[in-house]
Design a protein around this ligand. Structure first.
Ligand SMILES: *[C@@H]1O[C@H](CO)[C@@H](O)[C@H](O)[C@H]1NC(C)=O
Ligand SMILES: *[C@@H]1O[C@H](CO)[C@@H](O)[C@H](O)[C@H]1NC(C)=O
Ligand SMILES: *[C@@H]1O[C@H](CO)[C@@H](O)[C@H](O)[C@H]1NC(C)=O
Length: 487
């Protein structure tokens, strides 16, 4: 989770305020900073660079012994230097089983500006943070059980990544991630992964990142095939997007619906709902502003839409509850903070800068372009139609990217499987006989709503299942190129 970033020194909240994936800006979750708060964010000291970079190559610490303690499982961490002043941090764990043939799964957290160490340590990595926030426990449902996993802190400036902040859109982020992967796969330690089946898994702002990265990888593959560029093709076979922001126009009414009625309890009073609904429907309201953004709107039109909609709709409708898990009041202490742990193991894994869960300047760079409100559904449709297996999933206790909005986005998809999808009814998703959610399949597309889960789906448990057990079944089925099925 990320620190609740409050840029105005006047509002300095104690750092004990638990972090979230999406920064709170001037008191608004996902808000757009005023000029004053940009100025104070820019005054933050740049991280100290402590090692010489090696542009176009990796700097690697092998087998640090941190986190993954299963005997014989290879791990590596360090930096891929895009340039002399742009370094991307990665942490790689080979599969616990059959690493030489297992697929490669990439993991990206969202934000924008959030570190993928969140996914590693709170959700699906080889170890999980304990409630004491200083120790970890081995995760029996780690996604590296049957896949080689690569956690990437991006864009530059996020988490342990270090250097010039040149990225302010998902498209720019995609180009840097592709460049990083070229450097990674070229390294002799990882060149056995060239041509291996590849999957992108992501959450939250990953509803933009995932489709954008996947579509970019496919277009780069085509450019390599036609001789336009040289590079290593990426054998993209799967894309997973959890609790994602993909198509804001279709998803924002979900906040109103979810606040009024969800599987647990209403979040706010009727009058707050009515007010937010007015902000949605009124002339030049949120709906009109997102529409203008999506119809070729400028960065400033999109940025204003983000500011308006997040202050009038996203922020007020959660009431006193945690945006990431509405069964808790804000702030939910779970999942536990990973900041102390990561800074205690920083040098052992090759980290060169103080780890922060979220970089506010990176968030600001995206807020300036209004990337938040752009529509990534066309890229998702391209990827589905190209034959990449796609799963969209959502935890039913998450407000911030709630299932009402995500299911509206899925229903709006226009792909070769959409006609079939519309004929499907939800099936119960069971894991070893325990009900865990409800799902639909159509062709190589699947959707599942996971019961009892907040924003970080694999961090939760339900019924008799262990933490992350339902999410692991989903991951395994998709990674072995199967549609979802109950067990
Ligand atoms: C929102 O406003 C529209 C138009 O006034 C109305 O039809 C709809 O029922 C309202 N929805 C809610 C949840 O209040
Ligand atoms: C950790 O804390 C959460 C609530 O914050 C609680 O539900 C969970 O049971 C705790 N885990 C352990 C192992 O004590
Ligand atoms: C994955 O499954 C689909 C549908 O069954 C099939 O068309 C495709 O060839 C499979 N891909 C691989 C890599 O096996």
């Amino acid at each position: 989770m990320l620190l609740s970033l409050v840029y105005l020194s006047l509002l300095a909240l104690p750092l004990s305020v638990l972090g979230q994936q999406i920064p709170v800006v001037d008191g608004v979750i996902g808000g757009v900073p005023s000029d004053a708060s940009i100025a104070s964010a820019e005054a933050e000291p740049r991280p100290l660079r402590v090692a010489a970079t090696t542009p176009g190559a990796l700097r690697v610490v092998e087998n640090s012994g941190v986190c993954e303690t299963t005997p014989g499982v290879q791990q590596a961490s360090g930096y891929g230097d895009l340039t002399a002043t742009e370094s991307i941090f990665f942490w790689y764990f080979a599969a616990r089983e059959n690493p030489s043939t297992a697929p490669l799964a990439l993991w990206f957290n969202g934000g924008p500006g959030s570190s993928s160490m969140i996914g590693l340590l709170q959700e699906l990595g080889p170890c999980r943070i304990n409630n004491d926030t200083t120790t970890v426990s081995l995760n029996p449902f780690s996604w590296n059980n049957n896949a080689n996993t690569l956690f990437i802190d991006q864009p530059v400036g996020v988490g342990f990544s270090n250097g010039d902040l040149n990225v302010g859109t998902s498209q720019e982020a995609a180009a840097d991630v592709w460049k990083f992967l070229q450097i990674f796969l070229k390294d002799k330690r990882f060149s056995n992964l060239v041509g291996r089946e590849l999957a992108i898994w992501t959450e939250s702002y990953g509803g933009h990142y995932g489709p954008t990265f996947a579509a970019y990888f496919l277009s780069q593959n085509a450019a390599i095939a036609s001789g336009k560029i040289s590079g290593i093709p990426l054998n993209l076979k799967a894309l997973g997007v959890g609790d994602g922001l993909t198509d804001p126009l279709v998803q924002y009414p979900g906040y109103i619906a979810y606040a009024a009625s969800n599987p647990y309890h209403p979040l706010v009073s009727e009058s707050v709902i009515t007010q937010a609904n007015t902000s949605w429907t009124q002339h030049n309201g949120c709906r009109d502003q997102i529409t203008a953004c999506n119809n070729g709107g400028s960065d400033s039109v999109c940025s204003s839409a983000q500011s308006f909609c997040n202050s009038r709709i996203l922020d007020p409708l959660v009431g006193p509850f945690d945006v990431y898990y509405i069964l808790a009041r804000d702030p939910d202490p779970y999942p536990p903070s990973i900041t102390s742990y990561l800074n205690s193991i920083r040098t052992r894994v090759g980290g060169e800068v103080t780890w922060r869960s979220s970089n506010s300047q990176v968030f600001n760079n995206f807020a300036k372009t209004g990337d938040w409100m752009r529509n990534s559904r066309p890229d998702l449709e391209t990827v589905i139609n190209a034959g990449v297996r796609v799963i969209v999933y959502d935890g039913d206790a998450d407000y911030i990217l709630n299932f009402n909005g995500v299911e509206a986005m899925v229903d709006a998809l226009n792909t070769k499987f959409s006609a079939t999808y519309k004929t499907q009814v939800f099936q119960p998703y069971t894991v070893h006989g325990q009900l865990a959610g409800q799902f639909k399949n159509a062709g190589t597309f699947s959707y599942v709503r996971i019961y009892g889960a907040g924003h970080e789906v694999p961090a939760y448990k339900f019924g008799s299942l262990a933490t992350g057990e339902a999410a692991f079944q989903m991951f395994s089925q998709i990674m072995s190129n199967q549609s979802l099925s109950s067990t």
